[in-house]
Design a protein around this ligand. Structure first.
Ligand code: B12
Ligand code: SF4
Length: 394
């Protein structure tokens, strides 16, 4: 939202409320309320929108879930934004001032990010243990069945000018930055130019990448030199059958160990993105995955229960097969609920296996074992492990 606020004309006053930080004031005097949300927050976002609309405050809705389920969202909004909003949002703000605007603005093609403004830092509230967040690129060229990005961004990768990204990066006063790119390795040449431009700022950063990052030593070397301390790597599964099944066969499980070693050898910690519940996953997958991650000395991992988000190829397949168990979007959280019938285990087994993975990986024994071999200093790896340990035992 601080990014979208940067598009508002200077005579507008914007207030940003992040519900993680403080509750929403439903009595506030506002000309317009704009809300963004993921699928699991959809019921909550709709309830908020309904409450504002009861007071006749116009509500605009946008974000991943609106793009995936526009007709549903329309019922709770005066105006919705389907897809990316770089061109439609400024147009709408102008039309809103004139008192004539459409109910729905659809982005027909992925917008260029050539002139993307800097997000409004004065509207950032959440620290999330970082000093700043920004993005250099948007989108990912791949089309994995379970990922919503192909629908949201039409598999089209866009890049901001390197100088603009470096300027925004340098403008954060603190040391630790997250580049929330979907896949920082989607264009290797661009990434290398970017890393060279970030180096003089002497900060630490982390980002997300597909495993291809590990195939290019120059990429890793330049990333490391520019302050990269951690890469979130979409490993997803140690079952090749599972990767092939969801069209992520470019992840070669037999290469994982070498890929992790190569990233770590550049002083970059690996945060493994792991998903459980694919059709090839047997009940042994949980123990085998944990054995693998511990043996590889992975510094961090995020475990997810496979979740068929609406609009994805995975959702369509499971729906045809009659395996979707609920359409209560609040359960599409990937952490606490199983919303489909897995093929080789029960929903309860999947949930229990996911919990086992979190508890084992973030146990003192495992943290000690993994971090004692880490090529990245404890000031970076330990706080993250403790935060995850705290969250998983809550
Ligand atoms: C950063 C991030 C997070 C951070 C959020 C930190 C924060 N303070 O915001 C954290 C780590 C907390 C997080 C958590 C989760 N995330 Co997340 N996250 C992202 C990520 C990588 C970037 C989001 C972002 O800021 N994008 C930059 C903005 C500019 O892009 P955008 O949101 O697409 O917005 C554009 C348009 O959509 C539109 N727009 C968006 N909102 C609005 C609103 C209005 C009013 C208007 C006009 C326009 C508009 O305009 C923008 C410019 O074009 C995205 C991937 C992605 N590229 O979006 C995943 C993503 C959004 N996350 C996802 C998921 C699944 C989750 C989790 C459920 C994971 C989990 N299992 O826990 C949780 C949900 C947490 C929750 N309940 O809210 C999915 C969402 C899928 C879905 N169907 O909703 C995504 C798309 C990743 C993916 N590959 O599928 N996430
Ligand atoms: S590589 Fe990652 S970001 Fe790209 S489509 Fe697949 S899951 Fe989504």
């Amino acid at each position: 939202m601080p990014y979208l606020a940067a598009f508002a004309p200077p005579h507008w006053t914007a207030l940003h409320v992040d519900e993680v930080v403080r509750p929403v004031d439903f009595e506030i005097e506002a000309d317009l309320v704009a809300i963004t949300f993921h699928t699991p927050s959809a019921p909550h976002a709709y309830a908020m929108a309904d409450q504002f609309r009861q007071r006749r405050v116009p509500v605009a809705l946008g974000g991943p879930h609106v793009t995936l389920m526009p007709d549903e969202a329309q019922e709770h909004a005066d105006v919705i934004f389907v897809g990316e909003a770089e061109s439609n949002w400024p147009r709408f703000l102008h039309e809103f001032e004139l008192g004539r605007y459409a109910e729905r603005y659809c982005s027909t093609e992925p917008p260029s990010l050539e002139h993307a403004p800097m997000a409004r830092k004065d509207l950032f509230h959440r620290r999330d243990h970082t000093s700043g967040v920004l993005f250099a690129t948007r989108g990912c060229p791949y089309r994995c069945d379970f990922c919503t990005l192909a629908v949201m961004y039409q598999s089209c990768v866009r890049k901001r000018p390197v100088e603009a990204v470096a300027e925004e990066y340098g403008s954060f006063p603190g040391k630790v930055i997250i580049l929330w790119d979907d896949n920082i390795a989607s264009d290797m040449d661009y990434a290398k130019m970017l890393f060279r431009a970030l180096t003089p700022h002497c900060k630490w950063w982390s980002s997300q990448t597909s495993i291809q990052a590990a195939q290019d030593d120059e990429f890793l070397e330049l990333a490391s030199r520019s302050g990269c301390k951690q890469l979130f790597v979409g490993l997803e599964s140690i079952s090749q059958g599972s990767m092939d099944e969801v069209h992520k066969g470019f992840n070669r499980v037999s290469d994982y160990e070498r890929a992790i070693e190569r990233i770590q050898s550049h002083g970059i910690a690996v945060q493994a993105g792991i998903v459980f519940g694919f059709d090839h996953d047997q009940p042994a997958i949980f123990r085998e995955t944990l054995d693998f991650l511990e043996a590889a000395g992975v510094q961090n991992a995020t475990f997810n229960i496979l979740t068929p988000f609406p609009g994805t190829r995975l959702y369509r397949r499971l729906e045809v097969e009659g395996r979707i168990l609920t359409h209560d979007w609040s359960k599409y959280n990937g952490r606490a609920d199983v919303v489909f019938r897995p093929r080789l285990m029960s929903p309860a087994e999947l949930l229990a296996g996911y919990q086992y993975a979190n508890h084992r990986f973030y146990s003192w024994r495992s943290i000690g074992k993994r971090l004692s071999r880490s090529p990245v200093g404890l000031p970076w790896t330990l706080p993250l492990n403790l935060a995850y340990a705290f969250a998983s035992f809550r």
